[in-house]
Design a protein around this ligand. Sequence first.
Ligand SMILES: Nc1ncnc2c1ncn2[C@@H]1O[C@H](COP(=O)(O)OP(=O)(O)OP(=O)(O)O)[C@@H](O)[C@H]1O
Length: 278
Amino acid sequence: MLTIEGLTIRTNVKTIVEQLKLAVRPGEWCALAGESGSGKSMTAFAIGGLLPSSVTAEGIIAWKDNNLLDLSAKQRRSLLGSEISYIFQDYHGAFTPFLRVGSQLDELMRAHGKQDRKARKQRCIEVLERVQLPAERVYRSYPFQLSGGQLQRAAIAAALLLEPKLLIADEPTTALDTLTAHRVLQLIDQIRTETGISVLWITHDLRHVRKYADRIAVMHEGSLVETGETQAVLNHPAHPYTRRLLAAIPPLSPGAPVRLPYNSTEEQNALERSALHE
Ligand SMILES: Nc1ncnc2c1ncn2[C@@H]1O[C@H](COP(=O)(O)OP(=O)(O)OP(=O)(O)O)[C@@H](O)[C@H]1O
């Protein structure tokens, strides 16, 4: 589905990513892991043509019959959102502060040629419900009236609005507390199961990778060092760098719970319901 071959990303002083080869299959959750500065985000940006102007990319990023690196700015704009969409760590950046969430979602649909106003509103409400938000209220709210977790859900709703086939999630939970992060990842997983969307997930948290990703690709200093089925790679890492990454996972602090602190499913549901009305 998405096939990257020989991707090299550089500035005029250094090479950031070198000869990267990576594929994301339909419906798959693929984690791109590695320490800070290894080139994960630059790879994600290159897919959507979002690289800073001082940075160039060459190679092949094949999507359907196109090399995405060859698209014009106009072709790219029509692809982004409708076929490939992004969520980022900085979910505040997904929305303009002083415009209601609903009007921003509506504008996104209008920009992609959806003319029917009623159908647009209906779709916005449907997607806000899909991400388990109180839809009508969030539709009328300004971004600053929502909590961090709600805003990241609204950003996911925006990313899903036009039914893309690939969601690129660049460290989507780093700015969230542990419980909210867990809920957001669970939500993405549910959506993937229901819609068959593929997920390319940029992360450095191998604990979450083990739980959610089908496949992992490990990057080190701009190169791919290991890729494979998640459990196989994490249980039997072949590359010394993957072993080092695994060894660097911080242990849970003494006395910390080894699972989320719910006593029962009822308690979990009650907590999640109250979070939606916070
Ligand atoms: N605008 C830029 N111009 C030039 N080089 C950049 C720019 N942004 C990032 N880089 C460099 O590109 C390299 C890879 O950065 P990238 O953000 O892709 O890493 P990463 O693996 O996503 O790390 P992190 O987890 O910290 O986001 C780094 O060495 C960084 O200094």
